[in-house]
Write a protein that binds this ligand. Structure first.
Ligand code: 9UX
Length: 72
């Protein structure tokens, strides 16, 4: 199923951080779309839940050195 998850992404301090997180998210198998906003520290990710889980997405954010958590 295609789902949309909203994630809090802590630790982003410049526009290059945003590009980095978006690139990491977009490269994950099962992620169709990812948009990250610096001002709100939020990311919205459209993903195929048969390929990747919310927890996998949070882990990818964490592995990149940021603090990720699921909002909904
Ligand atoms: Mo900007 Mo972010 O110089 O990890 S890229 S702070």
């Amino acid at each position: 199923d295609t789902l949309i998850g909203q994630f809090s992404i802590g630790g982003m301090t410049c526009a290059a951080c945003v590009n980095s997180v978006e690139g990491i998210l977009r490269a994950l198998p099962g992620v169709n779309r990812a948009v990250v906003a610096l001002a709100t520290s939020l990311g919205e990710v459209e993903y195929d839940s048969t390929i990747i889980s919310k927890d996998d997405i949070v882990n990818a954010i964490e592995d990149a050195g940021f603090e990720g958590s699921l909002i909904q």
